[in-house]
Ligand binder design. Structure first.
Ligand SMILES: Cc1ncc(COP(=O)(O)O)c(C=O)c1O
Length: 407
């Protein structure tokens, strides 16, 4: 038997050799985590400012989530949906109450929930709106990111995500994000059944649409009898300082698509949440997943919903977000071209003259902070919502040092 790897280069070497190269991680090998902090195999600690792309909104190892997970692990983990389990009902009821909706359909990954919404909109279009079968159109946004399945990459405009994965799924029309009149023009087509959008585009670089846009989308969808489907997989569940990013404009979509933090950073758990008349088109045998609605995930998801019900995490995102926003403002003359922030979720565009987003993330790593670049010159910051004021100061201090390194 080969010796188990121990040092950082050892671990990276084994991964490079045996795991497919579908990611380009920073050179750090993590082994434990607590709250907003993670520790690597050499004993170094880092402030986690990516938080599993917002899957870890409650931080690493939150005691309430661990207690629920441990208790459920000892009782029952999986039944399949061939039988009932005693966790799905209470989870679904509580999630619907949180979202103000009637029915939820649980899945596992975010991409599966998006696929569920696409199938739902098409079936709803044929059954309820009366679109001829096979002709349904879903309007999507430029710069979107909704996952990695073949159907989802069919309507991505990210060349790397799409290239050589065709033939692609038809039935999608793309409009510019944030442009309500372009959306209204696309909705003139009677075969449109749904509009799929992120209320804030996360992978796109935390792109916040113009004020009033989500309200206009809502109105346009209502007047065209089209489902507004909000992909809140990354923006939802407290990240922006509200339970849902749509709340910032008091907008209620027809369909919420949730994932990431719904599983508490412990298990994959996603869901589509909608009104009964919409989800009624899904009937036995039309959709499902072996692990969807499993009792372990539902027990954890129910605890997540209860935690969000206190409002404490949303308040944390607002308060620490305001602190982060003020600190980032001060960096504008330090090689930072633009800062976009909502709650505890920030996108920072670097002046390309000082370096790439990746280069900045490497310098942040050296100063004890983990963050992730996107689209070349942008970095995203999304610390766990449990981060303290002192930890936000530490992040700002590390950014200051990292920018100085690049200057
Ligand atoms: C808005 C959005 N939708 C969907 C997904 C896909 O989720 P998953 O990676 O769990 O399939 C992501 C992942 O980053 C996302 O940010």
């Amino acid at each position: 038997m080969p010796q188990p790897p121990s040092t950082t280069p050892d671990h990276i070497g084994v991964v490079e050799r045996w795991a497919a190269h579908n990611y380009h991680p920073l050179p750090v090998v993590l082994t434990s985590g607590s709250g907003a902090w993670v520790t690597d195999v050499d004993g170094r600690r880092y402030l986690d400012c990516l938080a599993g792309y917002s899957a870890l909104n409650f931080g690493h190892g939150h005691p309430r989530l661990l207690a629920r997970a441990h208790a459920q692990l000892d009782r029952l983990t999986l039944t399949s949906r061939a039988f009932h389990n005693d966790q799905l009902g209470p989870f679904a009821r509580d999630l619907c109450a949180l979202a103000g909706k009637d029915v939820c359909l649980p899945m596992n990954t975010g991409a599966e929930a998006v696929e569920t919404a696409v199938k739902l909109a098409r079936k709803w279009g044929y059954r309820i709106k009366g679109v001829p079968e096979g002709r349904a159109v879903i309007v999507v946004m430029e710069g979107n990111f909704h996952g990695r399945t073949t159907t989802i990459v069919s309507f991505s405009d990210d060349k790397v995500a799409r290239e050589e994965f065709g033939p692609f799924t038809p039935g999608f029309v793309t409009v510019p994000y944030g442009d309500a009149s372009a959306l209204r023009a696309a909705l003139a087509d009677d075969f449109v059944v749904g509009v799929l959008l992120e209320p804030i585009q996360g992978e796109g670089g935390v792109v916040i649409p113009p004020v009033g846009y989500l309200r206009e989308v809502r109105q346009a969808c209502s007047s065209a009898s089209v489902l507004m489907m909000a992909d809140e997989i990354q923006s939802g569940l407290g990240r922006t300082g509200e339970t849902f990013a749509c709340n910032h404009e008091a907008v209620v979509p027809d369909v919420y698509i949730l994932g990431k933090a719904l599983g508490g950073g412990v298990v994959p758990l996603s869901a589509v949440v909608a009104d009964a008349d919409v989800l009624a088109v899904i009937t036995p045998g039309t959709h499902g997943s072996t692990f969807g609605g499993n009792p372990l995930a539902c027990a954890i998801g129910r605890e997540v919903v209860a935690m969000l019900g206190t409002g404490e995490f949303q308040a944390g995102a607002r308060e620490r977000g305001a602190q982060l926003a003020a600190g980032l403002e001060a960096l504008r003359n330090r090689g930072v071209d633009a800062v976009r922030i909502r709650g505890l979720w920030a996108g920072i565009d670097l002046d390309p003259a000082i370096g790439s987003g990746r280069a900045l993330c490497e310098r942040l790593l050296a100063h004890g902070v983990l963050a992730k670049d996107t689209h070349g010159r942008t970095i995203r910051l999304a610390p766990p919502l449990v981060v303290s004021a002192a930890e936000v100061d530490l992040l700002l201090g590390a950014l200051d040092l990292a920018l100085a390194d690049l200057a």
